[in-house]
Design a binder for this molecule. Structure first.
Ligand SMILES: [Zn+2]
Length: 170
C-alpha cells in the first residue's frame, strides 16, 4: 500500500525524489528535531489521550480504553482503528469507545503521536472523514495536515528501509 498515494502527483514526486536520494530520513529529522516522545506505556497513552480530550472535547462521550496495538497495520486502518462498542447496560444502550494506536507510534516524535491521537479522538464525534472531521482535527492540532503528510513520509521511509533513527548518534 502506498502511504502517499492519495496526494497530488507533484507532491508525491518530490517525496519520492527525497526517498530515492536517501535524504528523506534527514528531512524528517530536521523537521522534527525533538526526538522520540516519552509516552511509553498504555497507561501513559491513556493519560495523554485523556488530556487532549479534556482540553478540546470535554463534552464528548467517554473513552473507555486506550492502548498501543502491536498487531495493527497502520495504513489498512486509515492511520488508526476505531471501534464503537454498544453495550446494553440495564435498559440503556451506552456507546463506549476504545482507542487503539499502532505500536509504531511509540517510537516517533510527539507531533506524530498527537496527530494519530487527534484523528482517533475526532472520530468520537465525527464518524466519516469529512469536512467537519478535519475541521475538528485542525482545531486540536492546527498543523494536522502537514503532520499527517510527514507521518505518511515516515511510513514510506519505513517501507523502504524497515527502520529509521530519530536522533543521530554522532
Ligand atoms: Zn479515521
Amino acid at each position: 500500500m502506498n502511504p502517499i498515494g492519495a496526494y497530488p502527483p507533484e507532491l508525491q514526486a518530490q517525496a519520492l525524489q527525497l526517498l530515492e536520494a536517501g535524504q528523506l530520513a534527514d528531512w524528517l529529522r530536521r523537521r522534527f528535531p525533538g526526538g522520540v516522545h516519552g509516552v511509553r506505556t498504555d497507561g501513559a497513552l491513556y493519560d495523554y489521550v485523556q488530556a487532549l480530550k479534556n482540553a478540546h472535547l470535554r463534552n464528548a462521550p467517554p473513552i473507555q480504553k486506550v492502548a498501543y496495538d502491536s498487531k495493527m497495520r497502520v495504513l489498512e486502518h486509515a492511520l488508526g482503528m476505531h471501534t464503537r462498542q454498544s453495550r446494553i447496560q440495564g435498559s440503556k444502550l451506552k456507546a463506549k469507545r476504545d482507542i487503539r494506536i499502532a505500536s509504531l507510534f511509540r517510537e516517533v516524535p510527539e507531533p506524530f503521536l498527537r496527530m494519530i491521537a487527534v484523528h482517533e479522538l475526532a472520530h468520537v464525534r465525527e464518524r466519516e472523514h469529512d469536512k467537519a472531521f478535519y475541521a475538528l482535527c485542525c482545531h486540536m492540532q492546527p498543523d494536522y495536515h502537514q503532520v499527517e503528510w510527514s507521518v505518511r513520509l515516515y511510513l514510506l521511509e519505513l517501507q523502504r528501509h524497515g527502520t529509521m533513527e530519530w536522533t543521530t548518534t554522532g
